[in-house]
Design a protein around this ligand. Structure first.
Ligand code: MTE
Ligand code: MO
Length: 428
């Protein structure tokens, strides 16, 4: 497509660098190819009868799989972070740049395991609530499945997400590898608040210790108020089907908007306590080291964040002319209020369109039309949440922290577009 075949007027400009109003994109349908214009061999006769329309296709299957033509859509798997981890520890990333909409398909949801994925027989698994309660209770999975359930869409994001963008030099990695320690799903399960009511919590009970059934016995402390507010779910279903083993089958916590590590997988017990346990993952890990040498502990809530996923590093080169810039935004504090996009490295900004229902503590998709003139450009997205928090630029984000602090990195992502349309990760 060449820029000469259309010409948005100045009234269509939304910001510098070629960002234009979506209204214009809709009334000038230039992304499709007019019939009669030959772009591939197949389109020389678009109304031909292809092979797959000439005979019956495959028969039905008991569990469907994606099209074989989509087999490249996979999670990048990383065994080890550079500093080294023990057996069974590792991550895989949600391939954000290969997805559309807002829901993460179950097979592509990022993973973070500290000692691998335990293979749990649901008939033998038991979940216990004990500690400062009148009536400690044990729940089997079949037991829990009978409880009234709720359904809620929420993201889970590792507090270490954007690790690769916290290094001194910009890493040339995909949007998913840079920011894909996040997944967004529709979770169905039993609100923890309902079970806490049943066990009769002692008035001194103000913290919960949640522990998993993996060999790491991974655990975190959660203030009981978060559960009583209805923000903690014992999820049994993920996007309509039972949890995947890697997401915590047969049951996990979903602690909406807070550090992903609090969403304990393979949930084994909750102990009601009078204080936090100060477990390894809330003392030596998941604390925010400041310049003054003090570390902020219990910084649970995840900040407002976004990234452009198309175009992004590793994708097809940008072509001159009209196209759509799209990406994802989220906030641990609530709903996304707006996402602005810049095509000139942050000098000017335009509001992107937000797609669909905007849900609190869930991923929101944004998009904006862009008419690239072929000059080197820098694309950025900046999200604002309903509390008024705005995604910071890199230098502002680093301001309060000591060197090497990486948790809760929510700085603006910048994608450089070179003259030949190649996209790279750049620091602005
Ligand atoms: N039992 C248990 N729960 C766990 C973990 C774990 O290793 N074991 N990892 C935590 C971390 S650090 C994160 S970021 C999320 C990741 O959830 P996911 O693997 O479903 O994406 O699970 C959390 N819950
Ligand atoms: Mo994490």
């Amino acid at each position: 497509m060449s820029s000469s075949c259309f010409s948005p007027g100045t009234e269509d400009r939304a910001a510098g660098g070629g960002l234009i109003n979506r209204r214009w994109l809709l009334k000038n349908s230039l992304l499709a190819v007019p019939v009669g214009m030959v772009t591939t061999q197949a389109s020389s006769d678009p109304l031909r009868v292809p092979e797959w329309s000439s005979a019956p296709g495959l028969i039905q299957s008991q569990y469907g799989q994606p099209s074989p033509f989509e087999s490249h859509v996979t999670r990048p798997v990383l065994g080890l972070f550079p500093e080294g981890f023990g057996d069974g520890s590792g991550v895989s990333f949600t391939p954000l740049e290969k997805l559309a909409g807002t829901i993460t398909p179950n097979g592509l949801f990022f993973e973070r395991h500290h000692s691998g994925i335990p293979e749990i027989n649901p008939d033998l698994h038991e979940f216990v609530i004990h500690g400062l309660v009148e009536k400690p209770l044990v729940f089997s999975v079949s037991n829990l499945l009978k409880y009234p359930m709720v359904t809620r869409t929420a993201f889970i994001e590792c507090a270490r997400n954007s690790y690769f963008n916290s290094l001194d030099e910009p890493q040339q990695r995909s949007a998913g590898e840079l920011h894909g320690l996040i997944g967004n799903a529709e979770w169905t399960g039993v609100p923890l608040a309902a079970l806490l009511e049943e066990v009769l919590v002692n008035p001194a009970g103000s913290w919960l210790l949640a522990e998993g059934a993996d060999a790491a016995k991974y655990s975190r402390s959660i203030p009981i108020s978060k559960a009583l507010e209805g923000d903690v779910l014992i999820a049994l279903y993920q996007n309509g089907e039972r949890l995947r083993p890697e997401q915590g089958y047969p049951m996990r916590l979903v602690v909406a908007g807070w550090q992903g590590s609090m969403s304990i997988k393979w949930l084994r017990r909750i102990k009601v306590m009078s204080d936090a346990t100060h477990a390894r993952d809330e003392t030596s890990k998941h604390t925010l080291l400041q310049k003054d040498g003090l570390a902020r502990q219990f910084a649970f809530e995840l900040g407002v964040k976004s990234t452009i996923t198309t175009p992004s590093f590793g994708g097809p080169p940008v072509r001159e002319g009209l196209q759509q810039v799209t990406g994802v935004a989220w906030s641990g504090a609530g709903k996304i209020a707006k996402v602005e996009v810049s095509a000139d490295g942050g000098r000017s900004w335009a509001d992107a369109i937000l797609h669909g229902a905007i849900l609190p503590k869930a991923i929101t998709r944004f998009a904006i039309a862009w008419n690239w003139d072929g000059n080197p450009s820098i694309l950025m997205s900046r999200a604002t949440d309903e509390m008024g928090a705005v995604q910071p630029i890199r230098t502002d984000w680093y301001e309060p922290y000591a060197a090497g602090q990486i948790y809760h990195q929510n700085a603006i992502q910048s994608w450089g577009v070179s003259e030949d349309g190649e996209v790279s990760n750049v620091y602005v």
